[in-house]
Unconditional design. Structure first.
Length: 321
């Protein structure tokens, strides 16, 4: 692993694993690495139990392998559902967990080198602001970029409070909470994460599963092989119909997986009813701003949250205590 980190320290070098996003970017000359360091065969494919009851997922594990892993399906079903909602079977077989975390936005202007894009070319402007923005962000956007984060997996990981383990070229390691790993665009939308050049993602750590039921729901323009218009990862625990704990994260609405602590606070201590879910959805979308074509996402996100919370509460109620 250290050899890979040393090899990528050359100017312009990049890691490659599944290549399911990087190769597209290279074909369009959006990414032009001088060297590629293949990390796909590093011994980072294991899913291991941790002493505290959590699990450690190696960053080179395939998305499909993690989705099908017995412990993931039993303890973190929202993660398995999110992985299976992403891409196609072929891509899930090829794509790594680490690469999934670092994939770039699917804003069409980012991939159109004739269009102005601050994320691809800082200072160039943002063609999406006055252009086709049906798929763009309604939360946390800026005047520099209204792109959304594309990963399903990362949304579930946000609700499950995952931590990202990174190895740097000075041999030190650090763990970053997933909500701190991703950035909002602000005035520097070309920087997606706090990942530092040359750092190798070695694992994702999941703490012990939260109590209650879990559900990931994705709404998209077609049934498969499509990015989310809106998605929700929800975890909810109840005691005699009163919500005792809740976690909520949205996908497709912001530059990062959008954990809504405000919605969680609005759920705790209330009855698990549609009225409660609708009130939490209003809170979650209170600061949402549409750009015209994507106004529908605000309503869609509220409805998706209500449906996902109802599903998760049903699962919680049916679990043996
Ligand atoms: Fe580029 Fe972001 Fe604007 Fe899309 S929304 S064109 S990624 S700056």
């Amino acid at each position: 692993m250290q050899a890979a980190v040393a090899a990528v320290s050359r100017t312009g070098a990049k890691f490659i694993s599944g290549g399911t996003n990087l190769l597209d970017l290279m074909k369009l000359e959006i990414e032009r690495p001088t060297h590629l360091v293949d990390i796909s065969r590093l011994p980072l494919k294991q899913v291991d139990d941790l002493p505290d009851g959590g699990i450690r997922i190696g960053a080179q594990a395939a998305n499909s392998a993690v989705a099908a892993h017995a412990r993931v399906r039993a303890l973190y079903p929202a993660l398995s559902e999110a992985l299976l909602a992403g891409a196609s079977g072929q891509l899930r077989n090829k794509a790594s967990i680490g690469g999934n975390l670092l994939q770039r936005t699917r804003c069409p202007y980012f991939y159109d080198t004739a269009a102005a894009c601050n994320k691809r070319d800082p200072g160039a402007g943002c063609a999406a602001l006055g252009g086709f923005n049906r798929i763009h962000a309604v939360l946390g956007a800026s005047d520099a970029c209204i792109a959304t984060h594309p990963s399903d997996m990362a949304v579930a990981m946000s609700a499950l409070e995952a931590r990202i383990e990174l190895l740097s070229r000075d041999r030190s390691t650090r763990c970053v909470a997933i909500d701190d790993f991703y950035r909002l665009p602000g005035s520097t939308p070309h920087i997606d994460t706090v990942w530092q050049p040359g750092e190798l993602i070695t694992a994702v750590i999941l703490p012990p599963p939260p109590p209650g039921g879990q559900r990931y729901r994705k709404v998209r323009d077609r049934a498969s092989y499509e990015f989310a218009l809106v998605s929700v990862a929800a975890v909810i625990a109840t005691d005699r119909e009163t919500i005792t704990a809740a976690r909520v994260a949205f996908g497709g609405v912001a530059h990062k997986p959008w954990r809504s602590f405000e919605a969680e606070a609005a759920l705790r201590g209330r009855l698990a009813t549609l009225t409660t879910y609708e009130a939490a959805a209003d809170v979650a979308m209170r600061s949402a701003v549409g750009r015209g074509q994507n106004d529908f996402k605000i309503v869609l996100a509220k409805r998706t949250l209500c449906r996902t919370l109802a599903d998760a509460a049903q699962i919680a109620a049916e679990r043996p205590s």
